[in-house]
Design a protein around this ligand. Structure first.
Ligand SMILES: [Zn+2]
Ligand SMILES: [Zn+2]
Length: 307
């Protein structure tokens, strides 16, 4: 179970909320912060520092792996080094995880006045999708202990509440043509209630109305322009998306655009910083396959969603 025993998303929402009252969460988080003497401001700095460290470490691990692939063996010294690096990475990752939870909880506190309870039904599936691409903390696979992620089939025109499932992120990692884990789980009744910032104008529409709006050609063009701007802006600053990290490398994902995407919802995706052509690097990606995910990303990075 996670630090707070809650499924805080990177955006500061709580998925699977057993509590109804925002102030209850606020007082729980505040008392944990004060009893553990947690200063959210220093936690942000600490998280960034650890992410820099893990970046260098990941690069070294990948260099050793590449060398192994090239020459077919590693020296004893290299094997030892790899073991040390892997152990150190686990330490850094659990530190970063804990800091991300504090940051998510702090985001929740900052937005207290805007947070409401939403029960997911046919009209509000976009609210759940808004949170789906962000790191969900505390939900791990019972088969392999990797992080699980909220998923649904990308082919669906209209996503209904029952179409969501938890999918293990091991699915994205392939070894000798075999996916490392394909565990899936249905959502529990509790997973359909969340405490989230409902101030975004997108949430005053039903899921259906929202889908209709983003299917409009002019709107779609406008969103594409904004996404392209964001992508080149992030690229020029070599900046990733802090709210979504690779489950292996624990670094912010990088916004990418497909070359031959068909339509707005087949264009953008996030990939690991350690991606390399020909499956040589990390294969973890997150598709941005709903208007809600694009909106959440734009709102997080630019302050404005789609509407
Ligand atoms: Zn798994
Ligand atoms: Zn990765």
């Amino acid at each position: 179970m996670s630090f707070f025993g809650m499924l805080f998303s990177g955006l500061g929402s709580i998925i699977s909320s057993a509590v109804d009252i925002v102030s209850e969460v606020v007082s729980t988080v505040t008392s944990i912060f004060s009893s553990r003497k947690i200063e959210p401001k220093t936690v942000y700095q600490e998280r960034n520092r650890k992410q820099d460290q893990i970046h260098d470490l990941n690069a070294e691990v990948l260099r050793l792996r590449e060398r192994y692939v090239d020459v077919g063996y590693l020296s004893d010294a290299e094997k030892r080094r790899l073991r040390i690096l892997n152990e150190r990475r686990q330490e850094l990752k659990s530190g970063i995880d804990e800091q991300r939870q504090v940051i998510a909880a702090d985001t929740f506190l900052q937005n207290e006045a805007l947070i409401n309870k939403v029960e997911i039904d046919l009209e509000t599936t976009h609210v759940l999708q808004w949170n789906a691409f962000a790191d969900t903390l505390g939900k791990t696979c019972p088969k392999c202990a990797r992080v699980m992620k909220l998923q649904w089939s990308r082919d669906l025109e209209q996503v209904r509440p029952n179409d969501f499932f938890w999918g293990c992120t091991g699915w994205y990692f392939i070894d000798k043509n075999i996916r490392l884990c394909n565990y899936r789980e249905r959502l529990t009744k509790q997973d359909y209630s969340l405490l989230t910032d409902t101030s975004a104008p997108e949430f005053s529409l039903t899921a259906d109305e929202f889908t209709t709006i983003i299917q409009d050609e002019d709107t779609s063009k406008l969103i594409t322009e904004r996404m392209d701007d964001l992508q080149s802006d992030l690229k020029s600053r070599s900046e990733g998306i802090n709210i979504v990290c690779c489950p292996i490398h624990a670094e912010p994902m990088v916004l990418q655009k497909k070359k031959n995407g068909v339509g707005l919802l087949d264009q953008y995706y996030l990939r690991c910083k350690h991606w390399k052509p020909d499956n040589k690097g990390c294969t973890y990606i997150e598709k941005l396959k709903s208007g809600s995910q694009l909106a959440a990303l734009l709102k997080n990075k630019t302050g404005n969603g789609l509407l």
